[in-house]
Design a protein around this ligand. Structure first.
Ligand code: WT7
Length: 649
């Protein structure tokens, strides 16, 4: 890493929320934000206790925070049931017959579940899990399409104290195997399939393939979504609907310790092995609840829609736990944004009167490319608030979102956070924060964010450095599942007692945080993290491949695209089909999200004399076509000139 991370953004346009929005907002002035922020930093215990009291605890905590760096315990001694907070609580606070989930399937089918109905479904499925031998602390892998049952399965696990690990439905069978092995899961919840871009994604087939390799699963519960014929293995596989018929729709929610594990979610790091990020109950719920309430300014008549998949942290915190704990009405959509065409999202917003819309920059860029005619065909006047997440949003995309989708009326909350942080860390508050296109602006309550240089000194305005968090926060990860030393090493090694996010950033003179991008070998493809080492190890697992190096290249829509340099084994002839085969091989090993955009076959990779692959050179080559900087450590310069010639072709 260079001493100073350069940042060339200079954005001066400032957008303030309208008086009308501010008047009705939960936080309506910067003075109010500053007052609350100061309290949250100076007196975190009283701040978080007040927020936590809005939720239901079966037993009150003894202490708000027990901090033994880098291990935190929040609300120690307390007992709660997370599902009870997300569902049962609303049966007695006037929301019993309010719509919890308005769901639309990709083919156009619709369902509405009120909080009362959601309660019955969650209770039933909790009973189903128990009847099938799932107990508290058992790990349950969930591999589902975007149907209400995905949320129901997560909540049912939480209700009985089982630890769910949701795997994104786009990941491959081999990715499922890795996650089953690492988590030691004993049960799987999946579906026969789901709809995506007019086709059926055969989820059960991938699970079958995975379960041939991993033998620890005793029960696989299958939700029927498509009705396609699938394989059901006797003694192991059971149908969701048949099991549900056998059990009662009521279930008493037992209280679990505040630090009881709630879920494991795998994410990429700079090694080939994904990290199982472990979140626990009380702190996570308080974090997702509070951030949802203030950042999305949740009001009782809102229709909220987050377009993420439950397979990512955004789906956990801002589809399932945060919004439901707030008792909001939300839209959930199964399919692709461009099916049958790029008007689908705008159609859904118009149809259900969506007020709050939370999506990713990559989607926004795809919509811009598809053309204004799609949003122009729809009435989007129900919208009052827009949000983005996943990667820095470029000012052009921000402006389009603001003008075309929000008609200059809706504030935009650009929310920075991570799988590890559990909830949003840096974001505008829509009723008060002045925003500039491209910045996530200011830290949320309780978040002591800073930019440090290599020596640990705080950087001044416009000086690039590492983004860190200096104090523990309720929804922080508790560890990497089964690997406390990797937890320490990855997040707490740079500066004592301080969390390093792995992002480079700077602040401007107004204190706004501008995220520049990852500092490690992690790519951000369509708002999702992908380790270059993960893709490399997938490539090397192919019998013809001797060596591989993977780098990112700027991509118009995806933010970053995957470019791979591959050396084949001695005696293997490079044919036209090889590149295609290898792309398919990566997709099969990880999932379509990791499929390289380009594969360059090369007889050798640029290396130092000690044999280290110089990815910096490859990165520069794909971005600019040339190489600058110090290359004297290179073992064989002809490797680079050959690659340069090859890339020009
Ligand atoms: C990484 C976390 C948080 C849910 C989605 C991704 C990047 C995320 C922003 C943003 C700039 C962002 C960071 C971060 N990132 N949101 N608003 N502005 N960068 O979760 O897979 O855990 O990835 O995404 O690089 O470290 P994730």
């Amino acid at each position: 890493m260079s001493k100073k991370i350069e940042s060339h953004l200079s954005e001066n346009r400032v957008f303030k929320p309208s008086r009308e929005f501010s008047k009705k907002a939960r936080i309506s002035s910067m003075a109010q934000y500053r007052r609350m922020y100061r309290e949250s930093i100076e007196k975190p215990a009283s701040f978080w206790a007040r927020e936590a009291k809005e939720l239901h605890w079966q037993k009150r905590w003894k202490k708000v925070l027990d901090w033994n760096p880098p291990f935190a315990k929040w609300f120690t001694g307390a007992r709660l049931n997370v599902a009870e907070n997300c569902v049962d609580r609303h049966l007695t606070n006037g929301r019993k017959n309010k719509a919890a989930i308005i769901w639309e399937g990709e083919p156009g089918d619709q369902r509405v579940l009120t909080y009362h109905q959601l309660h019955q479904e969650v209770c039933r499925f909790a009973n189903v899990l128990e009847a099938n031998g799932v107990k508290a602390k058992d790990r349950v892998l969930i591999y589902m399409p975007m149907v209400p049952e995905a949320a129901i399965a997560m909540l049912a696990c939480a209700r009985i104290g089982a630890v769910h690990s949701v795997v994104f439905g786009g990941f491959s069978a081999e990715s499922i195997v890795d996650r089953l092995e690492d988590s030691g899961a004993t049960a799987v919840v999946t579906a026969d399939g789901g709809y995506r871009r007019g086709k059926i994604v055969e989820l059960k087939k991938s699970v079958d393939e995975a379960l041939q390799k991993y033998k620890g699963v005793k029960r696989c519960i299958v939700y029927q979504r498509t009705g396609e014929k699938i394989n059901m293995r006797r003694g192991r596989d059971v149908w969701w609907h048949k099991e549900a018929e056998k059990v009662s729709p009521s279930h008493t929610p037992k209280g679990f310790d505040s630090e009881h594990p709630l879920f494991i979610l795998y994410t990429s790091g700079s090694t080939g092995k994904p990290k199982g990020i472990l979140h626990s109950s009380g702190g996570y719920l308080v974090g997702s609840y509070t951030s949802c309430k203030y950042i999305f300014d949740m009001q009782d008549d809102d229709v909220y829609w987050c377009t993420a998949d439950v397979g990512w942290i955004t789906g956990h915190s801002y589809i399932v736990f945060g919004p439901l704990a707030n008792g909001v009405t939300q839209v959930m959509y199964e399919g692709a944004p461009n099916h049958p065409d790029f008007g689908r999202f705008w159609n859904i917003i118009e149809k259900y009167g969506v007020t709050t819309f939370y999506t990713a920059p990559t989607a926004i860029r795809a919509f811009i490319k598809a053309g204004d005619k799609f949003p122009d065909r729809h009435d989007l006047s129900s919208l009052r608030l827009l949000g983005t997440v996943g990667e820095p949003i470029n000012p052009e995309a921000w402006m389009w979102y603001y003008e075309k989708i929000g008609s200059k009326r809706c504030p935009i909350v650009d929310t920075w956070w991570q799988t590890e942080t559990g909830s949003i860390m840096i974001s505008p508050l829509p009723g008060c924060t002045p925003t500039k296109p491209g910045t996530a602006t200011l830290p949320f309550f309780g978040v002591d964010a800073a930019i440090l240089d290599e020596e640990g000194n705080e950087c001044g305005p416009d000086e690039g450095g590492r983004l860190v968090i200096r104090k523990p926060w309720p929804s922080m990860l508790r560890t990497i599942y089964g690997d406390r030393s990797r937890y320490r090493k990855t997040y707490w090694n740079d500066f004592k007692g301080i969390y390093t996010a792995g992002d480079g950033a700077r602040t401007d003179k107004d204190g706004n945080f501008w995220i520049v991008g990852r500092l490690d070998d992690v790519l951000n493809v369509s708002g999702h993290r992908l380790g270059t080492a993960e893709v490399e190890s997938a490539l090397v697992s192919h019998p013809d491949v001797a060596e591989a190096a993977v780098v990112g290249r700027p991509h118009e829509i995806k933010g970053q695209g995957v470019v791979a340099f591959v050396t084949l084994k001695e005696g293997v002839r490079a044919a036209k089909t090889t590149e295609k085969t290898l792309k398919g091989h990566v997709a099969k090993a990880i999932g379509a999200i990791a499929r390289p955009d380009e594969i360059h076959l090369t007889p050798a990779l640029p290396k130092t004399r000690s044999g280290k692959i110089m990815r910096r050179i490859l990165k520069e080559l794909v971005a600019t076509g040339g190489v600058t900087g110090n290359i004297t450590t290179l073992e064989d310069f002809s490797v680079v000139s050959n690659l340069q010639k090859n890339l020009k072709k």
